[in-house]
Design a protein around this ligand. Structure first.
Ligand code: ADP
Length: 402
């Protein structure tokens, strides 16, 4: 009686681990097949040569997967080895995504070869050739969504920056956002000043942001119709925030992408003062229409504004212009105008750096009170000189962005 010993390799079986020589046959199939065929045609090949030929002939009778050709025609035969004692090893490679196909071929070959005269044991190895299976359309793995992909409804992002703190950057951000909304635009305000969030207070937004079942957050709508999101809603503004490196990056990404901004004409981002990690991260990840730099008129503030301006230029963020804040103080009683921080600094810097001076906001003590009580001057006293100056700034900016 004949015994059949067969193995089927799955695609991740390691041929090299086989120590009985079968793997070698698999490794060098063409050489093996040629040796086998050459031996079969030697004149004095005897019983062994006849058996190899007989095996090849038998393999002609077995259909390859797909049914159009036999195993030999299909090029499936990778090796035939016949020993003196009649034991036979055959290595095949067939196209098959489904491992059961290789198994069926193996069984068919075993059964067929066992009937050949002179054959002892039969060992059939069938390699499923996954690589030659007809590939479907190839799909490159989807790249992860960018931050911009996550805010598809936002048309223009405007960053508001300053070289140093205390020059009125947050005040300008809040009033600029409101002035843009007052002129019919859909506007969002993101308080990117995560180390000193103040927009939750300045904008007079009392409600807390609501979460969605899918983990996204609804911004809070302020009086005046601006959608606001601030870290001040989420953390105790009196506690210091210590976020660095990847954690900071992740937090900012969620802040931009996990907030349901919807369709906006403008998203105004109040950046932290200076040229630190937050400004850098946001500018590198959020496609900005441009940045507005807020400064006070005195020289020392202008030095910082210049530094900030150069950083944005280096990052490839267009500098839309400069806003000079706290320019003049006009006495409400007598009308006397006082240039408390000097005069003309913003204009000079704008000319020197070849960027527009987008607006000049007067010093107005009521702005301080309005900021602390959530009543920005644009909605509290729109007809005041400061209110009008912010409206003018919004108009200039919207025009410069087309
Ligand atoms: P920054 O964001 O640059 O740190 P803020 O916007 O917080 O600055 O302003 C600092 C302080 O200056 C606040 O008390 C604010 O109310 C006040 N302030 C800003 N702009 C004006 C202005 N034009 N007139 C009077 N006070 C102002």
């Amino acid at each position: 009686m004949f015994t059949a010993v067969a193995r089927v390799f799955d695609s991740d079986t390691d041929c090299d681990s086989d120590s009985d020589g079968e793997a070698d046959m698999g490794m060098d199939p063409i050489v093996n097949a040629l040796h086998s065929l050459a031996a079969a045609f030697e004149p004095d090949g005897g019983l062994m040569a006849l058996t190899q030929q007989a095996i090849l002939e038998k393999l002609h009778e077995i259909q390859a997967p797909g049914g159009r050709m036999n195993l030999v025609e299909a090029g499936a035969v990778r090796g035939i080895d016949v020993e003196d004692d009649g034991s036979v090893k055959v290595v095949l490679a067939v196209e098959a995504t489904d491992p059961t196909v290789a198994s069926e071929v193996r069984k068919a070959v075993e059964a067929s070869l066992a009937q050949v005269e002179g054959v002892g044991t039969v060992e059939v190895t069938v390699h499923p050739l996954l690589a030659t299976v007809q590939p479907g359309p190839t799909h490159a793995p989807e790249p992860p969504p960018t931050w911009a992909d996550k805010i598809p409804g936002v048309k223009q992002v405007i960053a508001v920056a300053s070289g140093k703190g205390g020059v009125g950057k947050s005040t300008v951000s809040a009033n600029l956002a409101l002035a843009l909304a007052a002129t019919g635009h859909d506007v969002g305000l993101l308080d990117g000043d995560i180390y000193g969030p103040s927009q939750q207070m300045m904008m007079g937004t009392q409600a807390e942001p609501m979460g969605d079942p899918d983990g996204r957050i609804h911004p809070v709508e302020s009086p005046g119709g601006v959608k606001v999101m601030s870290f001040g809603f989420l953390v105790d503004p009196d506690q210091p925030v210590i976020w660095r490196g990847p954690m900071l990056q992740k937090a900012l990404e969620q802040f931009v992408g996990d907030v349901i901004w919807g369709d906006l004409d403008f998203l105004v981002i109040d950046l932290p003062p200076g040229t630190g990690d937050v400004a850098l991260t946001l500018c590198q990840n959020v496609p900005m229409a441009g940045v507005v730099i807020v400064t006070t008129p005195q020289d020392v503030a202008l030095i910082d504004a210049r530094k900030s301006l150069h950083m944005f230029k280096k990052l490839g963020v267009p500098v839309l212009g400069i806003v000079e804040n706290m320019t003049v103080y006009q006495c409400p009683e007598c009308g006397h105008v006082e240039h408390v921080f000097g005069s003309g600094g913003g204009q000079r810097t704008a000319e020197e750096l070849e960027v527009p001076l987008l607006g000049s906001i007067p010093l107005d003590p009521a702005i301080v009170v309005g900021g602390d009580t959530g009543k920005p001057v644009v909605i509290d006293r729109p007809e005041s000189p400061a209110g009008k100056a912010f409206t003018e700034l919004a108009k200039n900016l919207a025009e410069s962005l087309g």
